[in-house]
Each structure stands twice: as C-alpha cells, then as structure tokens.
Design a protein around this ligand. Sequence first.
Ligand code: NAD
Length: 440
Amino acid sequence: MTPSTGIAPASGKLGILIPGLGAVSTTFIAGVEAVRHGLAKPIGSLTQMGTVRLGKRTDKRSPLIKEFLPLAGLDQLVFGGWDIYNDNCFQAASNARVLDKDLLAQVQPLLSSIQPMPAVFDKTYVKRLDGPNVKKAASKWDLAQALRDDIRKFKAANGCDRLVMIWCGSTEAFRAPGAVHATLDAFEAGLKASHPDIAPSMIYAYAALQEGVPYANGAPNLTTDTGALLDLSKRNNAPVCGKDFKTGQTLMKTILAPGLKARMLGLSGWFSTNILGNRDGEVLDDPESFKTKEESKLSVLEHILQPELYPDLYKDFYHKVRINYYPPRGDNKEGWDNIDIFGWLGYPMQIKVDFLCRDSILAAPVALDVVLLMDLAQRTPELRGLGIQEWLSFYFKSPITPPGLYPEHDLFIQSMKLKNTMRHIQGEEMITHLGLEYYD
Ligand SMILES: NC(=O)c1ccc[n+]([C@@H]2O[C@H](COP(=O)([O-])OP(=O)(O)OC[C@H]3O[C@@H](n4cnc5c(N)ncnc54)[C@H](O)[C@@H]3O)[C@@H](O)[C@H]2O)c1
C-alpha cells in the first residue's frame, strides 16, 4: 500500500450523533450491530463491500476500500441521538417495522441502551408530529448551547476520540435562504432573537460545527446550505455534506437518465409517483414538508439532461413527482415511473419502472458510508478545511455545491469523482479510462 498522505489514523472510538431516531437511523444502528455479530452482511455499503482499482488494469490491484483507506472500523462506532419521542432505539425500531423481530431480538441489548436525548423541535417546521421529549429554553441561542452541552457530555461519557453528526430527522418545512442565514454574525444574532426562519436542524448543525463536529444532512432541509453555516464549517475544519439520501426512485432516475442521454435518446416526460406508509410518508403528506422534498427530487433531471446543450432532445420535458401517504405499505414503498422517450426520427417509446423497495434498507448503508467518509474527510488535511464535501455527492439527491457551481447528479460521474478522490488523498494516480497505454 502507498504511504498515506498525512491522513490522521482512525484510532479510538468514533461517536455517531443522530438527530432523529426513527426508521432510517434505527435500521442503520441495528444493521451495524448485526454485522458486528456476524448475523448479516453490510450489503449496499461501498465502504464495507466495495473495491477501488489502482494503477493499470494489468496491475491487478483492487483492494477493498476499507483496507485502502484508513476508515474507522464498525467495532469503533458508538451511537447516540435525539428524538421528540421517549422511545429507546429498540422500541423505535420495533415501531418502524423495517427489520424482523428475530433480528431485532438479537441486537436488542445495544438498541435498548440508546435513549434519545431531549430534542430541539419546532412544530411549525414539522406540522404532523408532536412529542414530549423536547428541550425548553428562553431562546434558540440557549437551545444551541444545550445541544453543545449534550455533544460534549456524550463524547466524555463514551470516551470518544471523534464525533460525526448525521441528520436522520424528519423533513422540515421549506425555507429559502434569507438575510438571517447569510453571515455568521447575522445567524448568531438570529439565534439570540429566536428568529422564526432558523429551523431546528440549523440549531443542531450550528452546535455540531461549533464543537468541530462534521455534519451530514440526510434530509432535503436547507440547514447548512447557507453562508453562515458554510463559513463556520470552514473556520472550524468541520466538513458538511448533503442533502437528502439518494435511495429509491431518485437513485433509479440518476441511473437511467445518464444512460438515455449518453445514447442521445430524447425525453418528453417523466412521471414519478410513490406510495409510502411510514412516518416519513406521513410527514411528507404535509404540503410544506413535501415542498422541501419536491425541490430536492425535481432538480435531478434538469442537471443530468442539460436541456440548454441539447434543446432537440430535452427542451420542455415534463417532470412530475408525487408522494402519496398510504399506511398499509409501511416502510415498503412502491415507486412507479412512466418515462416517455423518443428515438431516431422522433419516434416515441415508453419505459415503465415499478420499484418495490424498502426505504430504510436502502438508506441505512448510505448513512454508514457517509459517517465513515465524513470522519475520514476531517482527518484528511486536504479535505477538512473545504467545508462542502462535494466528492460525497454520490450519496445525495440534492448535492451541496458552492454558490455558482451546478451540482453533479449523474451517478456514474459521482462514482468516478468519489473513487478518484479516494485515490488522490492516498497519493495514487487518478484513473481517466483513456487506456491508450495498453496498445503501445
Ligand atoms: N428512507 C429513505 O430512503 C430516505 C431517503 C432520503 C431521505 N430520507 C429522509 O431521512 C429522514 C428520516 O427518515 P425516516 O424514514 O427515518 O423517518 P422517521 O419519521 O421514521 O424518523 C424521523 C425521526 O425524526 C424525529 N424528529 C423530527 N424532528 C426532530 C427534531 N427536530 N429533533 C429530533 N428528532 C426529530 C421524529 O420524531 C422521527 O422519530 C427524513 O427526513 C426522510 O425524508 C429518507
């Protein structure tokens, strides 16, 4: 293995702090524990199962990513979090009904030991939920200080060397960035004045970044996508990434659309609808939370297909996304896509996708990869001061980018960017796939 380029070792314990101990996070935690006990395999996790090719094809060097990069091992992870409900993680996982009872019984000791800390919550941001386990304080500033205290206490009580925070809480009501989010001074004044446009997720992110803890955003909430928090992230060498885990229907979209474009097939319409019966579905049934999700889901095709470059193929395609709350299905979502495409001489064709997926089963390995790679980013001199970790766009529906830079949505470009970043930080040659050297 080539010598590491100054990346600090992944020694000691890594604490994972999670606002929102619901379906995704309990499936993530239970899964890590199941893998640690040899009860199941970490399917879907690139860091645990994937390899990275190094050098020429003829070199035959394809180490496992977890052996190539100095990542924290699963045995080094400890978990904690906040929720508005008092249920411990075993009760929350049982209520979520994602994993079967036998598996849950085998990981019960760990799950039962994780009791949510009282949450920072504001019902105006999540209209469909209300719970008793909520902090009370005179101002949003005081709530941020209480969260900072929670973070420090968790770190000390669990003997953690480092922490990563990952938002797995509900989708909040839509907010556009405003003056209060523009600079750190304005944001801190806004916290003290309990400004209504400061959402709970922003208070968690502020607390994390002030404590030097990286923050990953699993939901489409605005949160760190603001001047104030991006500035804080850079100042404190606490990376951020997001937004919104790329899982079911959007994952399929970012697999299919690049293929259609690569072959210059046109698109006249893409209609996507879902039925979903978990708590996330219930929250998204509220139009204000749905608007946040819709913005995240809609931007994908526009960026991949680039209608401005290919007006004959993609100008004015019709794109619609619907999410319907349908309790009988629970976490087992069904997503339908009807795709109207056209080919040679404009002749129309149709593609139908019916994806019977399991939302949290798709999201849990993403959460695992993201926390391990965010911890790596903070230990990597070249990455830690960047703020946004754009190389992790692979995992998100709505990747954060600096102002003026459009996000890359194509899963295959994202994957190449991710793996080239891994090679680069370990001093390996990047791979261009030119391949002329094989024909010398
Ligand atoms: N499952 C997926 O495939 C997927 C994909 C992309 C994004 N997401 C997003 O991930 C998030 C979690 O999804 P889920 O299925 O686990 O939902 P869930 O409803 O099961 O869990 C969310 C939890 O967050 C809690 N919560 C809400 N506001 C909070 C706050 N301010 N502080 C602390 N806790 C709070 C809720 O009480 C709930 O227990 C959602 O925003 C969802 O949109 C999920």
